[in-house]
Ligand binder design. Structure first.
Ligand code: FES
Ligand SMILES: [Fe+2]
Length: 432
């Protein structure tokens, strides 16, 4: 059976990864493998779909997707986040066709069944004539609610009842996520999203962001050469780095001193207040700053200094968040946001957003440079299978580390790529 065959292949691939650090390139283009990924990964793992700050007011909603399935994420009249399958419980029509908006009710356009924003069925037209009163709204129930949960404002959905709770799934990676999304007591707000469909397999970008400092010097050379976009010294200086993996994620930290100097001074106190004590300690005492990272299966996050159109010395700190939604083996939809401190001055928010659009937005130079590579890797992986190398620093030993996870002290290292791929093959072979 095809499924058994692919599962066995994935199990063999896990062994080869452990031994040689290589993987077969058809994981980036095989339709059969993509079929199994839908079941083994996207229908089982916790999948991030958005952020609470995208629906600040009662009735605000966004529609988000796991694979082809759409979900309504809405803030109800009590201010609570609710998530529903976008599928009418009468005959299955999608009840919401906007991508975002504000609504107290969702009325199905087919026969008019109406649901409030807690998902409850509150109206059936012509109830007496149609059903002679023989239908009980409570018994019919309302919009189907999948398992969902939030962390640091991120909203996750899990389509399996058997998967562990979100907190356990995120495990030690929570510590690193907090750096990016728990600055200030009011939390972060996400601006966007920009949405782009790219001819790339969904895994490549996540692996790249979790692990690949190696590409920066070549791929991003062109924008480093334009000082109005990225401060040139970010690529020039021999900045010692740590590559850390923890829970489902991996990220890089630089020994560049405190982050705070890349933020306006008026924000420093509230950022200090917001960051958990242990995070602050590692940053202030050791001078470690988290940069790019992500977690399995499809999430990317990065805080870095980016120059704004105001000139070479105008670099400011900014965070971007990205999620990949697979459409097929060779095509994905990327959602990209700029994350800013909710209580930051409006002027800073504007500049951070400008910096994001210029560098990492859908038309930004950095995202374009990266996407070109990822699309080409996807194209190259079609046809005859060859092995791709993720074996950099494979024999290097981890160093002592005062924070969660396993850390390697090296300028370049693919330990985090192997960490992603290990989880991938374990899930695909049923060994997770
Ligand atoms: S399918 Fe929605 S009311 Fe009939
Ligand atoms: Fe890149």
């Amino acid at each position: 059976m095809a499924v058994d065959r692919i599962q066995n292949q994935m199990s063999d691939a896990l062994e080869v990864l452990e031994q040689d650090g290589t993987v077969p390139d058809d994981i980036y283009s095989s339709n059969e493998i993509f079929e199994l990924e839908q079941d083994r990964i996207f229908r089982r793992k916790w999948i991030p779909v958005g952020h609470e700050s995208e629906i600040p007011d009662e009735g605000d909603y966004i529609v988000r997707y796991i694979l082809e399935e759409s979900f309504i994420v809405v803030r109800d009249e009590e201010g609570e986040v609710q998530v529903f399958a976008n599928e009418c419980c009468h005959q299955g029509r999608q009840v919401c066709h906007g991508e975002m908006g504000n609504a107290s009710h969702f009325r199905c356009p087919y026969h008019g069944w109406t649901f409030d924003n807690t998902g409850e069925l509150v109206g059936i037209p012509n109830l007496e004539d149609a059903y002679q009163g023989n239908i009980d709204k409570d018994e019919v129930g309302g919009l189907r609610q999948p398992r969902f949960d939030t962390y640091d404002g991120l909203v996750f959905i899990c389509l399996s009842e058997e998967t562990e709770p979100l907190e356990d799934f995120l495990g030690d990676f929570k510590f690193y996520l907090d750096y990016h999304l728990k600055r200030t007591s009011e939390g972060m707000e996400l601006l966007g999203p920009h949405r782009v469909i790219k001819d790339t397999n969904w895994k490549i970008g996540v692996i790249n962001n979790m692990s690949d400092h190696y590409h920066s010097l070549v791929t991003h050379r062109s924008f480093a050469d334009v000082p109005s976009i990225l401060p040139t010294d970010r690529l020039e200086e021999d900045e010692p780095r740590y590559h850390i993996h923890a829970g489902p994620g991996g990220l890089e930290m630089a020994e560049t001193g405190s982050w705070f100097d890349i933020y306006p001074e008026e924000m420093h106190d509230s950022m200090r207040e917001g960051l958990p004590e242990e995070n602050l300690k590692l940053m202030e005492e050791k001078g470690y700053t988290p940069i790019n990272g992500g977690f399995f299966p499809n999430f990317i996050i990065n805080t870095t200094a980016v120059a704004t159109p105001e000139g070479e010395d105008s670099a400011i700190g900014m965070t971007y968040v990205m999620m990949y939604r697979p459409i097929s083996a060779t095509q994905s939809e990327a959602y990209l946001w700029c994350a800013v401190e909710k209580n930051a001055p409006e002027k800073y928010k504007e500049r951070a957003h400008q910096a994001f659009v210029g560098a990492f937005g859908s038309s930004g130079v950095a995202d374009q440079d990266d996407a070109k590579n990822w699309m080409s890797v996807t194209k190259g992986s079609k046809g005859t299978t060859m092995d791709l190398r993720y074996d950099m620093q494979k024999e290097t030993k981890p160093v002592d580390w005062d924070a969660p996870g396993t850390a390697y002290h090296s300028w370049f290292n693919e330990a985090n790529a192997r960490h992603f791929l290990r989880q991938y093959f374990e899930a695909m072979s049923g060994e997770d």
